[in-house]
Design a protein around this ligand. Structure first.
Ligand SMILES: Cc1cc2nc3c(=O)[nH]c(=O)nc-3n(C[C@H](O)[C@H](O)[C@H](O)COP(=O)(O)O)c2cc1C
Length: 382
């Protein structure tokens, strides 16, 4: 532990500082740990990422609260990022009491540390250094695991909780994504923030947000010399994506066939039923609704593994964008896609691993073939 705090002669008034620094908006997290068989958790906004490589976080914790000593003794903590509807959880974990976890759904990470099941992200850390600053300890943590799920964050500003203003940005992103998918921009074309802002009749902040999300989707690449470049979509990208999903699903089948969680199987069946409402008579009634259900179906299958890293790996494949650029280019489809996914589910339901593997492989081959057909129709590269 290093003591770096220096009390300078001149200091701003504490109340003034509290008021002014309240203008620095932040997200809200619950930092959890476990030691001597007891769970600890506290609401914390003074948490941030520190370094990407190596992946590191930091959390600032008042030395007077029990959680500080608990993190020091356990050498681990998990940052649970709260969603916009979790104001109650933030209050619950900001109030000193014995039963902080009462009524809170919890999963367990490394070292048995509690992770809030509802959090929109969880980041597990091992303490590498503890630095004292004034009344607080700064726990530097090496990130050992991290997962995120869909959801908007809870925010904190001037002592109040709030929501992140997404709508304008989301609309800009959706319009930009439609432009890329409908090939308003050519593959390989460079697009600047200003150009996109013009196309969207929006401002640079919206365009920047859209480009950042499109990069995450794999629709745009960030080239160090040229800037943002429209990513080409080709057979290779499609093959790699569908094969990566297949590899994950085959791994899941090997691990869980015969002992699948019935709740997750029921969830998968629900998504399959939804898909069949939107793919009728070889025709998409609503492609985006089909796509959402298709994604949720395969996510539920991957979730059968109970392994958050596999679920995150599946999420990172940007499969929706690949499907939008293949299946989604035409309303024409085939009921055979539904049939083979039903075979996969029924094989998992009956514990027939061989049949599940066959169905997963067949679905992958059909998806790859569909991309080839679409690319042939649209002139090679989309
Ligand atoms: C929005 C919000 C953010 C907070 N952020 C921090 C923080 O970053 N660090 C800290 O030490 N306390 C923070 N607190 C206060 C702690 O949550 C509070 O002291 C809690 O009771 C500590 O838990 P414990 O007593 O079980 O250890 C925050 C409280 C709120 C409401």
């Amino acid at each position: 532990m290093t003591q770096d705090y220096v009390n300078t002669a001149e200091s701003v008034d504490t109340d003034l500082f509290r008021h002014v620094v309240g203008h620095l908006a932040s997200g809200v997290t619950v930092v959890t740990t476990r030691v001597d068989g007891r769970d600890y958790g506290m609401t914390a906004s003074s948490v941030t990422s520190l370094s990407m490589d190596p992946p590191m976080m930091l959390a600032c914790v008042n030395n007077s609260v029990p959680t500080a000593g608990a993190i020091e003794r356990s050498g681990r903590y998990t940052v649970n990022v709260l969603g916009q509807t979790h104001g109650d959880l933030a209050y619950q974990f900001a109030t000193p009491r014995q039963d902080k976890f009462a009524g809170v759904a919890v999963e367990r990470g490394a070292g048995g540390i509690p992770m809030l099941a509802e959090a929109i992200a969880s980041i597990e850390c091992e303490v590498t250094e503890q630095v004292v600053g004034g009344t607080h300890s700064v726990f530097l943590g090496h990130v050992t695991a991290a997962t995120a799920r869909e959801g908007a964050p809870l925010t904190y500003f001037r002592g109040g909780f709030g929501r992140f203003e997404f709508e304008r940005n989301d609309r800009a992103y959706e319009r930009a994504r439609d432009m890329v998918l409908s090939r308003v921009f050519a593959a390989g074309q460079v697009i600047t923030v200003d150009e996109l802002a013009d196309c969207l009749d929006g401002d640079r902040a919206q365009a920047f947000y859209a480009l950042t999300r499109l990069s995450g989707d794999g629709l745009v690449r960030r080239d160090p010399d040229r800037g943002y470049v429209i990513a080409p979509f080709d057979v290779r990208t499609s093959d790699d994506t569908f094969e990566a999903r297949l590899a994950i699903e085959l791994g899941v089948i090997d691990r869980v066939a015969g002992q699948c969680d019935p709740k997750l199987l029921a969830e998968a069946r629900h998504h399959l039923d939804t898909m069949s409402r939107y793919l009728v008579d070889d025709h998409f009634e609503d492609f985006h609704a089909y796509l959402d259900a298709n994604y949720a179906f395969h996510e539920a299958i991957v979730a059968l593994s109970g392994n958050p890293l596999l679920i995150a790996a599946f999420g990172s494949l940007s499969i929706k964008n690949v499907m939008a650029r293949s299946f989604g280019m035409t309303a024409q489809s085939s009921a055979a896609f539904l049939a083979v996914q039903r075979d996969l589910l029924e094989a998992l339901e009956s514990g027939d691993a061989d049949a599940a593997r066959r169905a997963a492989k067949a679905y992958c081959e059909m998806a790859k073939a569909r991309t080839r057909q679409v690319l042939a129709l649209t002139g090679g590269q989309v």
